[in-house]
Design a protein around this ligand. Structure first.
Ligand code: DQQ
Length: 588
């Protein structure tokens, strides 16, 4: 029967794929190997890093990613573009690599880039090639058969590179073309990172035909002192509301976001501003943060990098992906045969304050929700209390909680020096250090004896006559294993806690990922964790805790166990395989 199904798949591949994708959320596949995730995007095996060229095209989502088909480590000369497709951004089918280093203009690697849907619906990829001389150049690729709904094969025209490496930029510092946007003058624009005279610059290139590109004299942004920036993303956001905008939109009721990834810190930073396509200039909203983008807002205070967004025309929203690297050793990567995951896709929109983004897991995650457990509305969490949320398998879960703060009177005084380093503050004032208002929050992935646990929590400070809200994910007790990076992560939540007197927290738990959204998605922290107890088959526990001197109330808590999504389960024959494929995946 399975053989017949596979034979049918071979003939009606597209149909079969769609069937699998639509029915897959009911499949329960075992997550394989240490820390293997159940609903975060991962290839079946090997190394992945940056998200590349996400797009919605003819009813199908495409996701590409930096991929080493030969092993579990990053390989400077051997990067390809992995390619998967999905009907719902949750369940994914793996296809063959879309781009491999085979031509003189990318002989040493197909590095990051983006996709653009051209008028008429033709999809185009712009990517960085490491050419035969080891110089970074920008290339274009098109689908070999534009009417193939899966866009399985990609052609790299022989006239590449479309942008040679410029004389004033070092050969190894010119990369990562963004999605193109159309200006009102009918010209395409892209942003490319390049170091010009030692300054990390976001260069703009313009083109009439997507083939011949000309560089603007002035960069869109020059980040003095920030080190090399990578993976620029410039996209519009609506001034009001949550709807996303096409990358070429540019009206009066819109703002633009410039996101840059900084190599020095391996962090992503963004600034909201106004982009003028007449002059190709970007004016930041928060000018006081300066041009060194390390002082801009952080996209995530945890362990993510090289994010990329796309406009999802199916649901009129902007969706962002980011790479979350492993944080144990390379030997561990090799042993498990894979490395790197993507954050769960997030919807992005502009906060009412016009300065910060709100990020939230896309609604499709709800298709994975199974068993639900809740806490009675208004449950009081007394000082020193630890309440277990039992009844679901919480190593694969979605938890939403809202804390109500009856009083802020006991808030601790903030030493202004702490404003500079919230991560350090989270380290000094961890979950076990008693405070006034907080620490309160969730304890996740806890072993029965609590020797292992990850705490996601808030703490309120008094600062002059105002309050400051700190959010932390403390990994210091997340694993008893040695050789694992277990920092505290932390950031302030930019909201008026005195006015709201409540704070929401959403945490996605997926074996080795704890992805948290504080204050409705104002502050996000993604952490990678490797609890030993989970590897030996022991249950993980979930708690609400309060280690402040003041009680807090839970005005809402719901937690769902999540089903395993079908993510890149590939048979030896290269076909998308049903449940049995999971075994092969775990053996990889
Ligand atoms: N990763 C790619 C580069 C990019 C970097 C290479 C960012 O194109 O600058 O794998 O992680």
């Amino acid at each position: 029967m399975a053989g017949l199904a596979l034979a049918a798949c071979a003939v009606f591949f597209h149909l079969c794929l769609l069937l699998l994708l639509s029915s897959s959320s009911s499949l329960r596949l075992a997550a394989g190997g240490r820390g293997r995730t159940a609903y975060h995007f991962q290839p079946a095996k090997n190394w992945q890093n940056d998200p590349n060229g996400p797009m919605y095209h003819h009813g199908m989502y495409h996701f590409f990613y930096q991929y080493n088909p030969r092993g579990a480590l990053w390989d400077i000369g051997n990067l390809s573009w992995g390619h998967s497709v999905s009907g719902d951004l949750v369940n994914w089918a793996a296809l063959d690599t879309a781009l491999d280093p085979t031509a003189p203009f990318d002989a040493n690697g197909c590095w990051s880039g983006s996709a653009t849907i051209l008028p008429g619906g033709l999809a185009a990829i712009l990517y960085t090639g490491i050419d035969a001389n080891n110089e970074q150049v920008q290339n274009v690729a098109f689908p070999k058969n534009p009417s193939d709904p899966l866009l399985r094969e990609w052609e790299k025209p022989a006239y590449n590179p479309v942008i040679a490496h410029p004389a004033d930029v070092p050969g190894d510092k010119f990369r990562d073309p963004s999605t193109a946007w159309l200006g009102r003058d009918g010209l395409w624009r892209i942003a490319v990172s390049g170091e010009v005279d030692g300054v990390a610059s976001t260069l703009v290139y313009r083109s009439k035909d997507f083939l011949r590109w000309e560089r603007n004299a002035a960069p869109l942004h020059a980040s003095h002192a920030a080190g090399m920036v990578e993976c620029p993303d410039l996209f519009p956001v609506a001034e009001h509301g949550r709807e996303g905008l096409n990358t070429s939109a540019n009206g009066a009721a819109e703002r633009h976001v410039l996101k840059l990834s900084v190599m020095d810190t391996l962090q992503d930073y963004y600034m909201v501003g106004r982009y003028d396509d007449a002059t190709d200039t970007f004016s930041p909203e928060e000018r006081e943060r300066g041009d060194d983008c390390r002082n801009w807002r952080r996209l995530d205070y945890g362990h993510v990098y090289a994010s990329k967004s796309f406009f999802d025309a199916r649901k009129n929203r902007r969706v962002l992906w980011a790479w979350a690297n492993e944080s144990d050793s390379q030997a561990d990567d090799v042993a498990r045969g894979w490395s790197g995951i993507q954050t769960f896709p997030r919807k992005l929109w502009l906060d009412k304050d016009g300065k910060q983004l709100l990020q939230w897991p896309i609604e499709e995650i709800e298709t994975l929700r199974r068993k639900r457990i809740g806490l009675r509305r208004g449950t009081k969490v007394e000082a020193g209390a630890l309440l277990e949320i039992a009844g679901i398998a919480s190593s694969q879960a979605d938890v939403e909680v809202v804390f109500k703060l009856p009083s802020l009177e006991e808030a601790e005084r903030l030493d202004p020096i702490w404003l500079l380093d919230p991560q350090k503050l989270c380290g000094e004032k961890g979950a076990s250090v008693q405070g006034g208002v907080g620490p309160f929050g969730l304890i996740v992935l806890a072993s029965g004896d609590l020797h292992e646990h990850t705490a996601v929590f808030f703490r309120v400070f008094k600062h002059h006559d105002k309050y400051k809200l700190l959010m932390c994910t403390d990994l210091t007790r997340s694993s008893t294993r040695a050789g694992v990076y277990k920092p505290p992560h932390g950031g302030f939540v930019d909201m008026d806690i005195e006015e709201h007197k409540r704070i929401s927290l959403r945490t996605l738990i997926d074996h080795s990922v704890v992805e948290s959204f504080g204050g409705g998605g104002r502050t996000c922290i993604t952490a990678r964790v490797y609890p030993e107890h989970a590897e030996t088959g022991n249950d993980s526990h979930l708690y609400v805790f309060n280690n402040g001197t003041d009680a807090v109330k839970v005005s809402r808590l719901e937690a769902w166990e999540l089903a395993t999504a079908t993510v890149n389960v590939v048979g030896d024959d290269g076909l998308v395989a049903p449940a049995s494929g999971a075994t092969r995946q775990s053996e990889a």
